[in-house]
Design a protein around this ligand. Sequence first.
Ligand code: DGL
Length: 283
Amino acid sequence: MTNNFSLKPGPIGVFDSGYGGLTVLSEIKNLMPQYDYLYLGDNARAPYGSRSYQLIYEFTLQAVKWLFSQGCQLVIIACNSASAKALRSIQQNDLPKIDDTKRVLGVIRPTSETIINITKTKHIAVLGTSATISSKSYEREIQEFCPDIKISTEACPMWVPLVENREYDKQGADYFVKQHIDRVLKKDKDIDAIILGCTHYPLLLKKIEQYTPKNIKLISQGEYVAKSLKNYLSRHQKLESLCSKGETRIYCTTDSAKKFESLASFFLNEEISAKKVSLNNKE
Ligand code: DGL
């Protein structure tokens, strides 16, 4: 093991390809306001969801290393596409080489643990980006806890661009939302819960609700990821002591800070200031 980084307490790093992870950060900081948080959105290279495994892995590893270089001891990959394509390799192959005292967690496992307590019919659906759906990560995680569950999946490649371009509450979004909800519900008439397996989708929630029968529960991830993290920290006291508690929030983006500030407020319901960073340099 090579340890290039110090064991000083640092902020909890939260990473997403763009803005979506803010829906997760929002719930995490509501539940645990005492910690410092450092958010990184790789907006310059978003969306990730239509990219290849290799690129998503390389970009995510770069982001994780950058967050470590900023003092984070714990990083949450608040992006399903990156969790699906990169998390396992980073945890198993990269962390032992970088610094095995640090931890990187994703969003797919906590969501999978939740769904099995919610579905009664044991027929569920997962909506996500093409990367997440093609990875079959949800099937793997959920069937580990509950082998007899029936999972229908649907990639919704237009949903992230609708959100990133602030079209999520406009009329044009209805077409793409209805199309995918109808399609997935046709796959199995007994579905009683749908995982919104992309951290951008909570912004489309109103439209998704409009086209989903009321008896079907829609699962946005933020709340469950936050509860799971709280539980994880209570079980890992050493790591918890390395999460600094100063209630600071720092927002970084690889694209324009101004643009990030204006769109981020829709995800967080608050005004923030952001800083543009380059993942190659320590800034
Ligand atoms: N928010 C990301 C996720 O949860 C998707 C965004 C993207 O495609 O970059 O999958």
